[in-house]
Design a protein around this ligand. Sequence first.
Ligand code: TEU
Ligand code: CA
Length: 564
Amino acid sequence: NRPADWWRSAVVYQIYPRSFCDSNGDGIGDIPGITSRLDYLIDLGVDVLWLSPVYRSPMDDNGYDISDYQDVDPLFGTLEDLDALIAGCHERGLRLVMDLVVNHTSDEHPWFVESRDPSSPKRDWYWWRPARPGHEPGTPGAEPNNWGAAFSGPAWHFDETSGEYYLHLFSPKQPDLNWENPEVRQAVYAMMRWWVDRGVDGFRMDVINFISKDVTLPDGPQGPGQPHGSAFPGSANGPRLDEFLAEMNREVGLSDQHLLTVGEMPGSTIEVARRVTDPARDELNMVFTFEHVDLDVAPGGLKWDLADLPLPVLKRNLESWQVGLADVGWNSLYWNNHDQPRAVSRFGDDSDEHRVHSAKTLATVLHLHRGTPYVYQGEELGMTNAGFDEIGHYRDIESVNYHAAALVLGIDPETVLRSLAVKSRDNARTPMQWDDTAYGGFTTGEPWLPVNPNHKTINAVAAQADPRSVFAHYQSLIELRHTHPVVVDGRFELLLPDHEQLWVITRTLGRDRLLVLANCSSYAVAAPSDELPPLDGAEVLLATHPGSTGLDLAPWESRIYALK
Ligand code: TEU
Ligand code: CA
């Protein structure tokens, strides 16, 4: 029931279950809540639902630390609830993609519990290493190596049971699986087949380029004053990545069954993506690159070290991926997810004056690139960053740990709070804003994370009633993709690459030629007519400012033209 390559013309909607819709008043979103909102997704027009983890988990990293891959955590509901959601999707023509988190498990997974016994047959399912006294992780000359973990601290944790250390690239409660061990790989494939048999239509694969590491576990670069070295490049994009992905594809029937597969690949390059998404290699359909969401970082700094981002730098990065994958493979397209701040606050202008236009224009630009677009819950409403101004509001382990570590490093609290306000993952995790009632209609209880007070005006009910809403604009973009092959397959070209305010692209397929003219700034700008194709007589397919036709563009004004 899945045609070949169906995912090339699809639009994927990501749901972070904890924050989408609470059906039982405990303040935490759940699976029955999602099922109750499927008609909203049909109204938006999306084709696929990517569900962030709902598996049994201690919730150290909000479900990306899994203790049972084949059961649903009671917080989110039951396996029967999930079967009902899958059925609810399929009867509406929606497809459901699960989040596959297999670079690591929870430390409470039975596999790891068993592995802690040095004599158990599962000892080699994880990365266990000794460290000589005086060379403990985090000390100069650290053993097994100098890697730091993504959520602060060393990437090695001491285990009393065996007196050895285990590797965790994320929290100590997320031990890395050893994919060099064929037993690990077969256990993962068996679990994947179990989900495919249950009716899922694909997988989003969490940090999947980390499953192949440099098995010598070499030290990473360590700047002066940095307590740990980088886990890159040793922990990712290793020599067996293609081998493992091709084996997974064969063993699970990913290509045979036309399943949608998207690999999340922090630190991957276009060169890796060309290999991994090459259809002839039967590995994955597409990957999530991190290059464009790592651009607004001070050189050599962490995500918290803020830097401005000139538009030409952003434009050229997306262009490089368009060009790099034009003749082989396929792109994913995203501004947001549960790990990134809200696009309209980060790349747009979330002031009352410009929020709607900038959200629409950012969507127009992204959705007119070549690839499969991903819409993150609330992005279609123009939801904004959280606006938290005290550490007590934050819940995310990455943010809370960074705050503590930064204070120890002597960084002043105001700077830390400023960094969190701009980049914390909690910015994307405030509850979905359904209506203007208490807690935005997300819950009848106390929400696990504060609801943004702007839900009074930014909410789904208001948006669905307003033909000029961001929601309506996303509906039009999705409809355009479903009705115009040039949007899916047209050759991409970036015009005026160095212009600081204008983002101008064309898409060409046979005689069909679209042009996007976008003012991605909060200032009016005059587009240089001599550097644009002739626009007179061209049809405007979608515009933020209907009726506005001249080349003097208002702040955040954009138009999609069908050229003659
Ligand atoms: O994210 C991978 C990842 O690298 C992100 O943690 C990213 O580097 C960071 O959040 C940016 O600040 C995946 C999941 O999407 C994320 O939610 C998990 O925390 C992580 O893997 C571990 O499973
Ligand atoms: Ca609930």
